[in-house]
Design a binder for this molecule. Structure first.
Ligand code: SF4
Length: 348
């Protein structure tokens, strides 16, 4: 198994390498020599919960590579939307860090080693080679279809098509922006299919590992059951919508979508979302209906709108200092949760 596959385990070639090695995950997780891969998989997920990385790679490429499919199984077994989201985010962000380090190494060595990632390799693996072309000086043009799909996951007005000089069905981007788009493609691939259906023998073999991750989730108060959701840490825009519902005021369609997609993306079940607005029966029923139709516990459904979209709908209200440094209401909530965790840890 190549070092490149271990560093970029989401690549098609890495998956094929695992298949070629005829690794049986059910057997592996039960064998003593599989313990290192399971431990590293737990570390991957645990690191994803604490930040934007999946941690340092294991010194053995085989262990590192095998830990990736096991980590995907683990997040599937824990099956918390916030964990799935953070995990995909951390895998993509780590891949980007490694990719940028590889690019710097190549620039220094003026060579393209087989163990380093390049933009061309990534584009080929994601079937984007025909959709992206270099125009020199770190400038690229991306076919509008893939651009819209990938940039749709990114925050910021600069990604809107209206701000780009679209020509001949292509959108101009700088190299750093192309890396943003590739990071989005990686996130999409990592999240694809999660949560996976997991056969019983594998689930049984990983029960201890799952327990470790669940404890870690509980410690960080990121568990997404109703008790762990902290409305007082919600961003001002969402708190304002909740207050409106609480006061018995009706909210318009964009507001209902923003509120319910925010709540369900925290993993809240439709009934729990309705309970959160208890006291406003009409609003509660409306929220229950909306949430049930946006997604469910297995599939959180649509992502809540970004801050830019909230501004466009007139829903961005009562901005505070933290709002100045976030581009998404979910990021605001994540930061407030992290701050609350840090404050709790410091007081202990
Ligand atoms: S800046 Fe973002 S998080 Fe803050 S109130 Fe506006 S939409 Fe909400």
């Amino acid at each position: 198994m190549k070092r490149l596959h271990a560093r970029y385990p989401f690549l098609d070639a890495a998956r094929e390498a695992v298949e070629l090695a005829e690794v049986d995950l059910a057997e592996l997780v039960l064998r003593d020599d599989g313990a290192a891969a399971v431990d590293r998989a737990v570390e991957r997920v645990d690191a994803a919960l604490s930040g934007e990385s999946v941690g340092a790679p294991h010194r053995r490429p085989r262990v590192e590579l095998l830990s990736y499919p096991i980590a995907r199984v683990l997040v599937s077994l824990v099956d918390e939307p916030v964990l799935l989201r953070k995990y995909a985010h951390a895998e993509a962000s780590t891949a980007r860090e490694r990719f940028e380090a590889d690019a710097d190494d190549d620039a220094e060595l003026k060579s393209t080693s087989g163990s380093r990632m390049t933009i061309d390799r990534l584009l080929a693996d994601f079937d984007l080679a025909g959709d992206v072309r270099s125009t020199g000086d770190d400038q690229y043009r991306v076919a509008v279809g893939p651009y819209l799909r990938l940039s749709g996951q990114l925050d910021g007005a600069e990604w809107r098509l209206a701000t780009r000089a679209l020509g001949d069905g292509e959108v101009p981007v700088e190299e750093a922006e192309l890396r943003d788009l590739l990071e989005a493609a990686i996130r999409e691939r990592v999240a694809d299919g999660l949560p996976l259906p997991v056969p019983d023998p594998i689930a049984e073999g990983l029960s201890d590992a799952v327990e470790r991750i669940e404890e870690s989730l509980a410690d960080r108060q990121l568990s997404t059951d109703f008790d762990a959701v902290v409305p007082s840490l919600f961003p001002p825009c969402i708190r304002a919508l909740l207050e409106q519902v609480d006061d018995g005021e009706s909210i318009d369609e964009p507001g209902r979508f923003a509120l319910t997609s925010f709540l369900t993306s925290l993993g809240m079940a439709p009934d729990a979302a309705a309970d959160l607005v208890a006291g406003a029966t009409v609003g509660g029923e409306s929220i229950r209906y909306q949430a049930a139709h946006l997604g469910d516990e297995d599939d959180p459904g649509y992502a809540p709108p970004s801050c830019n979209s909230m501004v466009a709908y007139g829903l961005c209200v009562d901005k505070d200092e933290l709002c100045e440094s976030v581009e998404h209401p979910i990021t605001y909530y994540d930061r407030r949760l992290d701050d609350a965790d840090t404050a709790t840890a410091e007081s202990e």
